[in-house]
Design a protein around this ligand. Structure first.
Ligand code: ASP
Length: 329
């Protein structure tokens, strides 16, 4: 559906119903929905453990950004998660390089990309935000910064992941990274605190066996995550190149600003990704979104994506969102 212009939007306003309120259109006869707080939403099964840590922070009165960072640090430190932090799969040269970013509702954000040798890139990203005049540091510069800030370097390539890599090397004489629906399960986590503050954090080892130096969507503000305190927050997972082409998370937030509920905003953003990626049947992309009223939703290209929601009415539940190509269409 093309975006309505302002006149059309007003004419169609009844069609947008309650969703229109997210764009700040509340009136006396159409009051704002009551906000549900706090809320944590995050991608994939490993999101449940991350949500639990974020929930702890939020229910103790903590702020959205602290909760988002605390949540994803759990996933970064979990050696069983092959797609984030410690234990993440390496690039095609056998080096684990990490991407991470975080943002709050005021627009403050920090990011690192292609960072080697630190378990918690999300905390390095936060430090970039807090102590430098920049948003993003990459590669050796990010590493030097992390060392100077006192982060402890760690070997991230675990023996089992190394063995898997060696099998991949043997079976892929073309040395070409796979483009498929598997092998990428970034943790993207969205928080709404009791005071109404919003934040997002996103951290990943990126696409398995990628080119050395490849940066995905996750550390890119607007692609892998985006937050606007007046609207909501969104994050992405899946084939990062496809998300970058659509500036995916920014798009989800802007669609919510136009009045779409989170699930519908995610669906429309996936449609945009599909329009820009002719190979969409071969890839997975999923979005999750949380608006400032605590409403959440998600959508993806293929079946197989799920996300976890922790709120006063949803006890860290796994949600299977509808998908474009799958049975939940
Ligand atoms: N989006 C990430 C990337 O392309 C991968 C993922 O979602 O796991 O780097």
């Amino acid at each position: 559906m093309p975006y309505p212009n302002r006149r059309d939007f007003l004419r169609q306003a009844p069609l947008f119903g309650v969703a229109g309120l997210a764009a700040g259109c509340a009136t006396a006869s159409n009051p704002e929905p009551e906000a549900v707080r706090p809320v944590v939403v995050s991608t994939w099964q490993h999101g449940q453990a991350a949500n639990a840590a974020a929930w702890e922070v939020l229910t103790s009165g903590g702020r959205a950004l602290d909760a988002a960072e605390a949540g994803v640090r759990v996933t970064e430190a979990d050696p069983a998660v092959r797609t984030v932090g410690l234990g993440g799969r390496p690039d095609r040269d056998g080096v684990v390089t990490l991407d991470a970013a975080l943002m709050d509702g005021s627009g403050r954000c920090g990011s690192v990309a292609a960072l080697e040798g630190f378990v918690h890139p999300i905390s390095v990203a936060r430090r970039v935000m807090e102590v430098t005049p920049h948003v993003m540091l990459v590669g050796d510069g990010a590493r030097d910064f992390a060392l100077a800030e006192g982060f402890t370097p760690t070997e991230l390539l675990l023996p089992e992941t190394r063995r898997e890599y060696q099998v991949w090397l043997r079976d892929n004489p073309g040395y070409r990274p796979p483009i498929n629906v598997e092998n990428h399960d970034t943790i993207g986590l969205l928080t709404l605190d009791r005071q109404g503050g919003l934040a997002a954090a996103c951290t990943t080892s990126g696409a398995a066996y990628k080119y050395h130096g490849r940066v995905g969507d996750s550390p890119l503000i607007g692609a892998g995550l985006y937050v606007d305190g007046e609207v909501g927050a969104a994050t992405a997972t899946g084939w990062g190149e496809a998300v970058i082409r659509a500036c995916g998370s920014f798009l989800v937030v802007e669609l919510m600003r136009q009045g779409h509920l989170p699930a519908e905003a995610c669906r429309l953003a996936v449609e945009r990704v599909i329009a820009k990626n002719p190979d969409y049947r071969e890839i997975q992309v999923g979005f999750i979104a949380l608006d400032r009223y605590g409403r959440s939703g998600g959508y993806c290209i293929q079946d197989g994506f799920d996300y976890a929601v922790y709120s006063p009415s949803q006890a860290n539940e796994m949600i299977v969102p509808p998908s474009k190509l799958g049975q939940h269409e």
